[in-house]
Design a protein around this ligand. Structure first.
Ligand code: ATP
Ligand code: MG
Length: 351
């Protein structure tokens, strides 16, 4: 099968990595007959600095017909983060109704976690993050600038439809995995939105009696991601809490450079988007030392979403095998001295 994929390499290490993995995608194509035909869009912060916008006005129309979107990374020292987020990532996530963000946190064999007690394969959970509303609903405003009664309001929006959708997807995932779901809230302090969330979890839990449900406040969960990460299976959280927790998930599993993610359009009406959890990492951009594995695993998630399980599994297996091999090249984030291309070249021998 051939799929049309819109590639947005973006900023910083994004383009380096997206370029570097191209040969690997060709290998997957010849080994499994699954072709990802990439069309490149030079959108991102450089475009914003030159033309005043990260992407063209009709950007979403351009992307709408693709089977999937691959995003490298977005973020630039000269462009405020809220601009990069609100002018490219959020419009795509919201415009294409990518309501579910899936972020696995896996400690691979051969990778050391900064949490010393957990030294091999124990951490394996997935965070289902609500992706289109909640605290990132972009509602609010500022009043009385310059006065001492100046005020800023940022509203969080939880719809029944949106909340049910993410919670149900998480229950489904728990059914396919180990039957445990942890729901993250702050319902002691946020008596409207989070109590509503709890209520929906309870309603949907009744449909999944085989799933064990655990409820955790986000502050306790942050602690438990460090203290007992091996006990999580599926974690479901709002947009903001999921955002924060998945960075913890990425770092306890060894490196930001290993964490993939999927932004899923549930209806199938629009393309889903696949991207590493990490950002543009300006501190190492241009040095060809970025770890490409987070992006490669994001491609594996894309293949799985497209129904190409065999090719997806092969990519995962190649990454697992490489990480477990102490002689294989590793980038500096994993205490190695290899370059991005070396890691890709080695993986090609494992497909
Ligand atoms: P952004 O503003 O785009 O989010 P950032 O400076 O916050 O960028 P991140 O990409 O979020 O940087 O990651 C934080 C740090 O983790 C980086 O500064 C970098 O040192 C490291 N890092 C992130 N991704 C990778 C990678 N793929 N390979 C190696 N190191 C990485
Ligand atoms: Mg960042």
């Amino acid at each position: 099968m051939a799929y049309e994929v819109a590639s947005i390499p973006g900023d910083g290490i994004g383009p380096e990595v997206v370029d570097a993995i191209q040969p690997l995608l060709e290998d997957v194509s010849s080994a499994f007959g699954v072709e990802l035909e990439m069309t490149r869009y030079e959108w991102g912060s450089e475009r914003h600095l030159q033309e005043g916008a990260m992407m063209p006005d009709n950007g979403l129309d351009e992307l709408a017909g693709y089977d999937a979107i691959l995003l490298g990374a977005i973020g630039h020292p000269d462009v405020p983060d809220h601009v990069t987020l609100n002018n490219l990532l959020l419009p795509i996530r919201k415009g294409f109704d990518q309501a579910i963000c899936k972020r696995p946190a896996i400690l691979f064999d051969g990778v050391e976690s900064p949490l010393e007690e957990y030294s091999g394969g124990d951490i394996d959970f997935v965070v289902y993050r609500e992706n289109t509303e909640g605290e990132y609903a972009d509602m609010g405003g500022q009043e009385h600038p310059g006065h001492n009664h100046e005020v800023a309001v940022q509203s969080a929006v939880f719809t029944r439809t949106g909340t049910e959708r993410i919670v149900r997807a998480a229950f489904e995932a728990a059914t396919e995995r180990n039957g445990k779901l942890t729901s993250i809230t702050k319902s002691n302090a946020q008596a409207h939105s989070m109590v509503f969330w709890d209520q929906i979890v309870e309603e949907i839990a009744a449909e999944y009696p085989e799933v064990t449900v655990e409820r955790l406040l986000v502050d306790a969960a942050s602690m438990d991601f460090i203290r007992r990460p091996e006990e999580f299976d599926v974690v479901v959280a709002s947009n903001l809490f999921g955002d924060i927790l998945t960075d913890i998930g990425a770092i306890i599993t060894g490196s930001m450079g290993l964490a993939p993610s999927a932004n899923i359009n549930v209806s199938g009406e629009y393309p889903s988007m696949f991207e590493p959890v990490h950002g543009s990492a300006p501190d190492i951009a241009g040095d060809s030392v970025a770890n490409p594995l987070a992006t490669i695993l994001s491609v594996a998630m894309m293949l799985d979403h497209l129904g190409e399980a065999e090719a997806s599994d092969a990519l995962w297996a190649a990454v697992e095998e490489q990480l477990a091999d102490s002689d294989a090249p590793r980038t500096p984030d994993l205490s190695g001295s290899a370059r991005t291309e070396d890691v890709v070249a080695d993986l090609r021998t494992r497909i």
